[in-house]
Design a protein around this ligand. Sequence first.
Ligand code: AOF
Ligand code: ZN
Length: 328
Amino acid sequence: MMDKHMQRCLDLAVQGRGLVGNGALVGAVLVRDTVSIAEGFHAGFGKLHAERDLLNRFTGDILPGDVLYVNLEPCCHHGKTPPCTDSILQRGIKHVVYGMRDPDTRVSGHGIEALRRAGVTVRASRDTAACEYVNRGFISVRTNGRPWITLKQARMPDGSIANMDGSPKNITSNAQNIWSHYYLRARSDAIIVGVGTIITDNPKLTIRHHEGAHQPYRIVLDPHLRLPENSRVVTDEYRERTIICTDKNTSANEVKKNALQASGVRVVSVDMHRDTFDWAQLWQALTAPADDYIGMTSVLVEGGRRTWDLFRRNGMMDEEVTLVGVPS
Ligand code: AOF
Ligand code: ZN
């Protein structure tokens, strides 16, 4: 069983999913005599960090026995906000329990050191694995320079995914769809598909069956800009969350590219090596914040077959989930 205060930090942290961009999901709880007396979380890119959010809301005095729980090591750098370690020390917090070290090289261990040097007792939680799992995307971007990648595939028990005439099969049941919206889409910042999937299925790629979830970015790998301009991902209410990745050197039609951009869709141009995007450029374009784009840390690759193969062949995956349909 997880420590209940660290569990609460994680429950608060995930409220930032889809809002923190390429940053960390962080929640904080202030505990007095085993009872939580204040909470905070990192609610969005550029917004207050969890510890400052908590200390802003809690206006009372800190007592010497109070313990601050936070699922990520408090930061000690000047980023978009000032260091959390400063606010912890200024308010006189004497005990901190942290869930995991911060993989960001500006922090990694220095936050813990800064607090200890100032006389704060700093203890690592025993729930590190759970904390790292919640921030697997953030860790991946900071340490591997790419998002956490989940491949999601659906197939029949015999391995087939299409009918004899090549048209897609309806494989998954309603229950499986609800499950994958909840456990896969709602836990990913983005869904990736190849343009072929858009042309044949015209999917929505939104999260349904899940009240209150964020809507993920929808990334279409489309080297030659073949995407139909009337597809759902470029016309629906979430089109500003659609990102089309094209070949930087393509002769594809500038008029179409401009029209897509004008409708709010983001078009990212990346070098290609034969039929493969330059991965480093692709991940940089997708994870790095730019202008009003906040980046991301996790992707769900939903197909089709060529796209799965591309990711597999290049070792671009961290986990693979297969839903197996029931023959009718
Ligand atoms: C914390 N508490 O709630 C978060 C932390 O550009 P900034 O200022 O948002 O800094 C981003 C870095 O700060 C991020 O890479 C991670 O190291 C840390 N995030 N730290 O103490 C928080 N979100
Ligand atoms: Zn901070």
